[in-house]
Design a protein around this ligand. Sequence first.
Ligand code: SF4
Length: 701
Amino acid sequence: MDLFPYEARAIQKDIVRNIETTLRDGGHIVLEAGTGSGKTISALVPSIHHAYVHGKRVLYLTRTNSQQKQVVEEFRRIRKKAGDGELPSPNPPPAPADVYEEVLREINSEMDGLEDDGISGQVRDVGPWEGGPGRGICVALQGRNNMCPLTSEEAEFITGTPDELSKMCSERKKNTTSRMMGRPQGGPECRFFSAYLLDDGMEMRRWAARTCPTAEELVTECLRIGICPYEVTKALLPEAVLVTAPYIYFLAPFIRRRLLEWMGCSLEDLIVVVDEAHNLASFARELSSISISTGTVRLALAEVESMGDHRIGKLHTIRDFLDMCLGALSGIAEEYLIDEDGLVPPSALSETMMMLFRTNSNRLEQMAAEMMHHGQAIQDIRKARGKLPRSYIHRVASFYLTWQELEFDSFSPLIVKGGRSGDLSLEAYAMDPSIITGVLSAVHSSVHMSGTLSPLNEYRDTIGLPEDIPLVKLPPPFPACNRRIVFDNELTTSHEVLSRDPEMLPRIRDRLAQVLKASKGRNTAVFFPSFDTLSAVMGSSELEDGTTLSPSLDVEREMFVEIRRSPQGELMELAGDFRNSRGGVLMSVIGGRLSEGMDFPGETLEVVVIVGIPYPKPTARQRALASFYDVRFGKGWEYTVHAPAARRLLQAVGRMIRSENERGYAFIIDRRARHFLDEIPDMQPAENVISDLPGFFEGKL
Ligand code: SF4
């Protein structure tokens, strides 16, 4: 605990102790500790200490870039506590010449026909690093879309995928280096990269070692002297005892290989901390899934218009293939789409295309391969013009070929109807995140933590962690009397009950009105499982326009109603107005941006009402997932229906208490809440909310 920068609370000591034991044994731990526990500092202290003593490195993965800031700030405090600048590095930092030679080797590997030894005399000759060994630093790494200054100069770049931006960057670095070597290629260059190569790097390294900047601070400093922030960050990585990066840097195999190269270590050298771990499985599924939409096919047709059509096979053109793709997608939708999605046979795509083209599967694959070739040529042309190497023709053809090769054991083939656009998508939905998260088992240790991770065994199995690892659930970090959670033991929004009992909805509405009257004067959020339930309970079909609420809910309180698909800016404004209100009511959906992503500190949220249980919708995707986990663990319902509903409930309830001095009252209007007593053990059946709620805040309970 020597590195803990302030007096550790009991729960923090608990977290540290658990993680220390895990690190000592070189294992893994899944840990749930509520918001306000101080998880970040409690995970960093033992991890960094272990890294120093045993020559390891800490990789702290976050879901969003904004979460990195806290990691960097806590590291600064740890370093200050240890005596600024006195922390030893886990490995001796490489001599700077090695670092830059590595950068040059990297460029060289991207350069056609240029010799290694042609470079060294043309660019800076860096001397020994005056910062000296013995200084551990922290590096915050973000993608090029945040760190490459060209993204603010070329509007298109901000939309680039990691792969597109990486290719664009390599091309510009190659051209820049070639010109600096006296062999100009004439293509687009990067002035930030040439300045980076010519800079002696010492000033920046000393500054970074002194300040341990956030990614945003590093970008600002690099722009001040006109050098590339991304390259500077890469160059700092070998010296870092702590690297914080978005999930994708570890989960995408290609990017992970590069990161390990840049850090100069192997998987066994890593202590990985996964923050907000409840997001990991869905992130991994999204990363592994592939899809193609009618919108993308139409963009490919527009590309044919602008770049020209080409013959593929003997009788057809790219345009024919794309038209057939559109026809196939709508044919598949006609046959298999129910509401928003539908399960399709894996062979449906090629069979429909074969029927439309009157050809066989081999010829179709041959045509797709030729399309890929043309798409590649378009990517090269765009790259040479300084654009993103993007081709929609390539995307369609590549999807077609990948789909044909896919093993569908752990992928679910789906036709999906998009929201506002109404686009159709054919998707191979990756049901098993452990295919890519399983790599976590290969690191020295991993720490998976979140305030809402229960049920922990589901998380462990879904992520693919070993069965015998510790699953630790710590009590809330505030006194038990600060929170009261009750549930209505009579009412329910169960679809089955609603369809046979016409009185149920009005009764739910009345109960909600009672709670809103009882909580008058206190900011209250009401979360519904979906916009459909919101509209049904509120008794208004006009609610989507934010115009009308049922008269029975006229409780004389200021209402803030989330509108379906409202843009992020409007949503932030709504949340801000609600925070600033005195006794306002926020109506929103659970599992959305307000119930999970935003903070409502202090008295800006004191009461949470949850109407219904946020079970996932029984879509085809959901059913496929349930039967996958039934086969694998015999726990389809528990892992794919109960577990996500439990986390959503915990997330929504967790909005109201963000620090140990706050108090909050949650009311769940659904008798099925009793199935979640394992995850929310302090929940009780409601008795008389009209007296109970005000009594709680007046301290009479
Ligand atoms: S070298 Fe840096 S500034 Fe230049 S393209 Fe690459 S990331 Fe952007």
